[in-house]
Write a protein that binds this ligand. Structure first.
Ligand code: ACM
Length: 576
């Protein structure tokens, strides 16, 4: 008997070992996966039983069926019968966004408790199918792009058992469209890339010193003047750095463009978070409406120098300027239906407020009324609480619409910031610099933190990804700490944060992409990939599942998908 048991146990482990070595190309890594021998071959005509499920889930099945039809020619019968080739069932025990997937040689079974869960199950199926499916192409179209591309006539899906759920509810990517502009189609291309890796928030940085990109009907000069820079330093894959030598713009998104992006993102289960940066990084708006600056009679222009922090900020002591900010947010909230509104709050010098009569009066009045703390006349951060108060005012406006405000970490880390006021807003804090200090303060205040650390080895994936001599110019050195392994190794929750009451406020991670050095989508892709995979896996998969060699193998396999979808990528960490 003992011998039989031993043989059975050995066979079991042997099977597991074989399974462990069988490669399935899925990023981010699921929470649990076992891989079996063989594959399910999708019949030319197959059934999928979605009709008994709520409409929104049925829509996910229909989207999947359409993609399969378009890319493979296999036709589906959507039924309400219990038995089907692809069987879908609701399982209310599964977590939000989680799913179970079983692929055997005979059938596919999917269960989830939410529409998002089913969406991610379908994303997984498409991802482990031949690359032309996720690319949205049929084999002939794929061969027209890559002549050597080969695939089975009947598409196969490897046999797997998956239990999956994300580590974090927030899995974001930010694009700065203020310094350089990206078209609606280019934004959709970015959203496609995010969805492949199960990222669910697109943080859209819409305004900067260098350009205002969001149409505001009440203030038309924001886009007629604020979206045009007199010149612009470009940097693209073909030409490298150069000055345009003519006006850059007008480049902006109409409200209709924004609605189109929101709808496209929604179909990929991505929420768009608009960011209107205030009260700093707002020179483009002040060029259009100097009356809202601290020096209305002074010179104001859309900034042409790409980097930097400028002292020309919104006059938070002037009720008219504060109302302007509210009006802008009103239109933002009309256009973007999501829960979150990001109002920036980073890198805002107070020097213009210190010299401005209205700000001086406002500061004294607020101190007298006990609405902000008095740091003392000699304190060089004396005016910072004005910003905290402005943030609280914007929060009242955002909360009145039932939405949730997001801020950069300066709101809690800048010397003199009024932490009680910020705590009272319930805002979510996006932590970049000092990132982990920001997250520690935020969580101790009971505020959620999103980790998007800026420096080398972190999540600002617009930095150079390698230091080779042929590498195009970008921020950072591209040294070891900017490279894929370092980004992948970064732990969003440090080991020393052990208390559950604090850990629960680490809401997620974000890959952030600034465009000081990037003026075209091809270069954006090149810098973002493959590091986006590293951040996406850190966002979705358990920390202990991370395995650099495995990631490199999956990235190497994904180059087929990138080539098919016209996406550039760095080749430094491909497996040979
Ligand atoms: C930032 O990088 N200024 C948020």
């Amino acid at each position: 008997m003992k011998k039989v048991l031993l043989i059975i146990t050995s066979l079991f482990w042997l099977a597991l070992t074989i399974n462990a070595t069988k490669f399935v190309n899925l990023t981010p890594m699921p929470k649990h996966i076992t891989v079996a021998e063989g594959a399910y071959k999708l019949p030319e005509s197959y059934s999928i039983n979605a009709k008994h499920l709520p409409d929104s889930i049925c829509v996910e099945a229909e989207k999947f069926v359409q993609t399969i039809l378009k890319t493979t020619g296999c036709k589906a019968r959507i039924t309400s019968k219990k038995k089907a080739d692809i069987e879908m069932s609701l399982d209310t025990n599964l977590p939000n966004e989680g799913y179970k997937l079983s692929v055997t040689k005979k059938k596919i079974q999917i269960s989830a408790s939410t529409t998002s869960g089913f969406f991610y199950a379908f994303q997984t199926i498409k991802k482990i199918m031949p690359a032309h499916v996720m690319a949205g192409l049929n084999p002939e179209q794929a061969q027209a792009i890559i002549p050597t591309f080969q695939t089975d006539k009947r598409p196969t899906i490897p046999c797997v058992e998956i239990y999956d759920e994300p580590r974090f509810w927030y899995r974001g990517f930010m694009l700065d469209c203020g310094r350089h502009f990206f078209t609606v189609d280019e934004i959709k291309h970015i959203l496609d890339g995010m969805a492949m890796y199960k990222m669910n928030y697109f943080h859209w940085h819409l305004t900067e010193d260098q350009g205002w990109r969001f149409e505001v009907k009440k203030y038309p000069r924001l886009t007629s003047i604020g979206s045009v820079a007199s010149d612009c330093r470009m940097n693209d894959m073909e030409k490298g750095y150069y000055w345009l030598g003519k006006p850059y713009g007008p480049f902006f998104y109409t409200q209709e463009d924004c609605r189109e992006i929101v709808e496209y993102a929604r179909s990929l289960h991505i929420e768009v978070i608009p960011e209107i940066d205030m009260p700093g990084h707002i020179m483009a708006a002040l060029a259009a409406y100097p009356e809202f600056s601290c020096t209305p009679e002074g010179e104001h222009k859309v900034q042409t120098y790409q980097g930097g922090v400028w002292a020309d900020v919104l006059n938070v002591g002037d009720p008219k300027a504060v109302q302007f900010a509210r009006d802008v947010l009103t239109e933002v909230m009309d256009v973007f239906p999501g829960k979150f509104v990001h109002i920036g709050g980073d890198e805002c010098p107070t020097s213009a407020w210190e010299k401005n009569k209205l700000c001086q009066i406002q500061l004294e009045n607020l101190i007298k009324e006990g609405k902000i703390k008095d740091l003392g006349k000699e304190n060089k951060h004396r005016f910072r609480p004005l910003q905290s108060h402005f943030i609280a005012e914007m929060n009242n406006h955002i909360k009145a619409r039932g939405k949730q405000m997001i801020l950069w970490n300066e709101s809690v880390t800048a010397a003199g910031a009024d932490l009680e006021l910020i705590k009272s807003t319930g805002a979510t804090i996006f932590c970049w610099n000092p990132c982990q200090q920001g997250a520690a303060i935020a969580s101790s205040l009971g505020l959620d933190a999103v980790i998007t650390e800026w420096g080398p080895g972190c999540y600002y994936i617009n930095r150079k990804q390698h230091d080779g001599a042929e590498e195009p110019g970008a921020a950072g050195s591209g040294g070891k700490n900017d490279q894929l392994p370092a980004v992948y190794a970064y732990k969003p929750i440090p080991d020393n944060v052990t208390e559950p009451a604090l850990r629960k406020h680490y809401a997620g991670v974000q890959a952030t992409f600034w465009t000081e050095h990037v003026s075209d989508i091809r270069y954006c892709d090149y810098l973002a990939f493959p590091r986006l995979l590293a951040v996406a896996e850190s966002a979705w998969s358990p920390e202990e599942k991370k395995d650099l060699e495995s990631l490199r193998k999956r990235f190497t396999a994904d180059t087929l998908l990138f080539d098919l979808t016209g996406r550039l990528y760095g080749k430094h960490f491909l497996l040979k």
